[in-house]
Design a protein around this ligand. Sequence first.
Ligand SMILES: [Zn+2]
Length: 287
Amino acid sequence: MPILISTQKQMLDMRRSVNECYICGENIKGKGQGWRSQVISEHVVPRTLLGKVPIKPAEAWSVVLYVHKECEKNHKNHRDQLMKILQMLGHQSTDDWSKEDIGLLLSEFDIGTQTHDGSKLIHSISGVGSAMLAPVLWARGMHATLYGKALPRGMSFITQPPVPIWNHTDEDVAEGLAAYEIRRNDLLGFLRVAIHTKHVDEIRAWGGKLLYQCAWRRAFLGTNGGWGCTWALEFPGVHEWAMTARNVDSPWHGYYEIDDLPPNAAVVGQTETDQYNRYVEASHKGL
Ligand SMILES: [Zn+2]
């Protein structure tokens, strides 16, 4: 049975049972003396990105875990702020930007405009390395929520935003776009199989507007075997960002690898792939 977390009670139970800080992977001290001074509860996906509170009180909960105060201060705040800026760039008016937002934007990112294929204007954002670590933390928090354990500090991973962003290591815009598309098709294609065959683990929070889905397969990046998790994440504003930028709907998506498969994790294997391929074939024939 795949794992589904879709009620506030399930979320609270998980929050209580996770004994590690998902940011650093170290233990969270037992609830003894001094506990409160070192630990806070933290929105895995920042509250500022979630928008309006759901109207039904039963749905007004989000993915919140305990973390070390130090970890939150040293890593999460800054990255989440960068991410907020990046998403605002996509679809919001800059009227409500604070001076601090604009300062961070100018100091951290490199924004340029180029033409692609001689006609279409493409806005490129580079220097996003630091901001891209924010969604890795989100995936770490979602993993801890689903499986009860923090991820190891070092691991191989891929993270992709809803819109293509490329690095200075890419040859040019066209190459960056192509590489993005290849990764996107692999990861989201794999998740389609997982969702269709119901081999997908899920968190549905914030009235269904915060949705995390993931599924596992044998690792392909590392050299030591192990398992790889492919994930997708949506929250308010993600769809609009993708549509404004490229008119192609896409969630945040990514992949990471660890040695051992978490207990009860949803695995997609050959059986599920075959089942999905038969379904696609049948629908092409109009059966
Ligand atoms: Zn920590």
